[in-house]
Design a protein around this ligand. Structure first.
Ligand code: ADP
Ligand code: MG
Length: 486
């Protein structure tokens, strides 16, 4: 058996946390899965409801081909098997926001089978298995108005297409679960099959957590429902793992149950004991034919896929010599990746990655800007790097120029020209500055041979007196000669 990747300490020894996620991703489709009603976010209550979505007697569902195509694309993006024969089932339960009395979902025969996702955590790569992806309808929403005590039902979401992506229980820490959720969003956004806007509910996760002693079989899990942010996924896992460890160490047992997450406290609490699949009385929906896909159609979708984040990540490592960490950060979204490639084109890739991830992303973060709003274009940042490479400016001055560019925009060459920031490579001028400093500091000159460390002080003085513009290499060489040190 392989060693556990991560362990948590309890009072009575180590525990391994095991996590599996069920992610609901709303298909980026204008209309719903089985009706022509709009799936747009933000409409007034019950504005986007067709007779099918309201489950009027006799109305029949008609499958939306665009949604099927998005599910296939997503399956391919998850390196998963596409099932050319799949089927829709009825999942029966009663709820006021579910007028049909059942949800149309896929149970035994989902459209997408097993796949796998690469996830980067702490500069390392782990693999998370995908069990399946199936298509299903969303339900409506109940709104409880406490004063006067009334409840309302909004069916706008009723019938909206969801892809449920079920992972294997392959994650071993809160960080891994959060990184997997984030990676799924990256993949969905690359593909354009889901907009990934969690605040609008486009992506929600049910977080399954259990704990066990290393080497033991899987423990009993709880499922915390409907988590809509990466940070909350992390908090829910941390809380559940701690809670379960405490229960078990006190000699108690874990109930298999469904729990709710409280965003205000970061805690979970019992919602209901978990229902089993047989409680739902699944059966094939008699209103829908099995879904049969033409393998050629699937192939043509595959041929049209964009370069996906993992492929990009590996190419960045291979072609530009980037670390896994930098490659993962830069391939996280298409806009960042494109920006980086423009900067790196024909230049030192690692240097370009450094400027983009450290300086640019740092400055964007600080000012709350997205890459698309960057005041510095990729071409301009590339030029700035060229100015360092051809010794026009030093790396230190380049940071000042960068700050000016970020503040006011503009061309680096012009900024360097206008502000007189060009590096002084004229040895005569550097020599003059050095002579003045040597003349003014006889004590330090006398010391420097015994205390070679004070050499750095001289370098600092020369840089200061030249406004940081002296070529550091030339300063070093001339200083060494004049002070007679090695
Ligand atoms: P259900 O559909 O009833 O919720 P599944 O067996 O399909 O149950 O599993 C749902 C999710 O729970 C999957 O993501 C799976 O990886 C995860 N899971 C299953 N067993 C465990 C466990 N012991 N600990 C943590 N997660 C688990
Ligand atoms: Mg479930």
């Amino acid at each position: 058996m392989s060693e556990p990747r991560k362990l948590l300490k309890g009072e009575t020894g180590d525990w391994e946390v095991v996590i599996g996620l069920e992610v609901h991703a709303q298909v980026a489709s204008k209309s719903k899965l089985f009706s022509g009603a709009s799936a747009e976010y933000g409409a007034g209550p019950n504005e986007n409801v067709s007779l099918v979505d309201a489950a009027m007697p006799g109305m029949l569902p008609v499958i939306n081909k665009f949604c099927v195509e998005q599910a296939v694309k997503t399956g391919l993006g998850l390196n998963a098997k596409i099932n050319c024969w799949s089927r829709f089932d009825r999942k029966n339960y009663f709820y006021p926001d579910l007028p049909q009395g059942y949800q149309i979902s896929q149970y035994k025969d989902p459209i997408v089978g097993e796949g796998e996702v690469e996830v980067e955590v702490d500069g390392e790569e782990i693999r998370v298995g995908v069990e399946r992806l199936h298509l299903e309808q969303d339900a409506g929403k109940s709104i409880h108005d406490l004063s006067p005590k009334e409840s309302y039902v909004d069916l706008n979401r009723s019938g909206v297409a969801l892809m449920e992506i079920v992972s294997r229980p392959d994650m071993r820490s809160a960080d891994e679960a959060a990184a997997y959720f984030s990676k799924l969003r990256t993949i969905l956004r690359y593909l354009g099959t889901c907009d990934g806007n969690m605040e609008e509910g486009s992506m929600r996760a049910d977080v399954n957590v259990s704990v066990r002693r290393p080497g033991e079989p899987l423990g009993t899990r709880t499922e915390t429902k409907n988590i809509n942010s990466i940070r909350y996924v992390k908090q829910a896992v941390e809380y559940e793992a701690r809670r379960q460890i405490e229960v078990l160490e006190r000699g108690g047992k874990i109930d298999q149950e469904t729990r709710l997450f409280n965003v205000a406290t970061g805690e979970t609490r019992t919602m209901r004991s978990k229902e089993d699949a047989h409680d739902y009385r699944y059966f094939p929906d008699p209103d829908l034919l099995p879904l049969e896909l033409d393998p050629d159609w699937v192939e043509s979708i595959k041929a049209g896929l964009p370069e996906l984040p993992d492929a990009k990540k590996h190419r960045f490592m291979r072609d530009y010599g980037l670390s896994l960490y930098d490659a993962a950060v830069l391939s996280q979204d298409r806009a960042k990746a494109d920006y980086f490639e423009t900067v790196a084109g024909g230049r030192d890739g690692k240097l370009a990655a450094n400027w983009v991830t450290t300086e640019l992303f740092g400055a964007l973060n600080k000012s709350g800007k997205e890459i698309a709003e960057s005041p510095i274009s990729a071409a301009q940042l590339g030029k700035l790097i060229d100015l360092i490479a051809d010794d026009t400016i030093s790396g230190r001055i380049a940071k000042d120029v960068f700050a000016i560019m970020f503040e006011t925009g503009g061309d680096p060459e012009r900024i360097v020209e206008e502000r007189g920031l060009k590096q002084v490579t004229d040895t005569g001028a550097i020599e003059a500055a050095i002579d003045a400093i040597i003349a003014a500091n006889p004590d330090q000159v006398a010391q420097v041979k015994e205390k070679p460390k004070t050499f750095g002080w001289f370098v600092g003085q020369v840089m200061k007196s030249t406004g940081g513009k002296a070529n550091p290499q030339a300063v070093n060489e001339i200083l060494k000669k004049k002070l007679g040190v090695e």
